[in-house]
Design a protein around this ligand. Sequence first.
Ligand code: HPA
Length: 268
Amino acid sequence: MIARDVIQQRQPGFQPRVGVILGSGLGGPGGLADQLNQTASISYDELPGFPKAGVSGHQGVLRLAHAGGTPVALLQGRAHLYEDGRADAMAIPVRTLAELGCEALVVTNAAGGLDDDMQPGSIMLMTDHINFTGQSPLFGSLGDDRFVDMSAAYDVELRQRILALAKGMDVDLHQGVYGWFAGPNFETPAEVRAAGILGANAVGMSTVPEVILARHAGLRVAGLSIITNRAAGLSDTPLSHAQTKTNAALATDNVQRLLTAFLTGYGT
Ligand code: HPA
């Protein structure tokens, strides 16, 4: 049985309109998934082709829920390129969301900030990305649709909606370009300087493969980064995953409010 069938068997007739991938700081207990109206909770272990949850702060559970009247599918936890060197580790989860009926995917992550006005706890709406890894989740896929147009990957209309919601909620929302590095080591200061010269406003180790997969599957995409630290070389604070988790919590409330409003209002 494929993952889609397992989900449909568990929750017959449930057709999510939006998928959300919850990154560091957002997928834990008490997080977004727990605040919405729960329908079902399915461990990745039960879903063929879904990743094993490996990184602390990532749970490995698919939650089906309602945000107001909007049926949504929340992926609590993702696999990263650095876990086993595979850029396509999220291919089946993303394609499953599309097969279930999702029209849009919201991706979230933790990232290091380059801009001086993006201190830890800031939120950045992704406007575009730079793939510094040289990897694509579409390596080896066939057919002409593998030549995915990435020129408007981060949906302008969804961005406008999120910006308007943030304004109405008094949430300070930055905008910028996310630079994808492979990890798991943090970047060097020289890499961060280079990324900045090339146009990145934040750097991180995830999300971009999911965005490519989502565009390949025809999903509209929106992305939010939680800035958990100043990127390497920009502050004296040592970088660590513990810091990422602690500082992600600074923005959790606002990101959850924003996402809840976005999901609830989706399609209205
Ligand atoms: N670099 C890469 N990934 C990250 C960072 C960073 O500075 N902070 C949180 N995730």
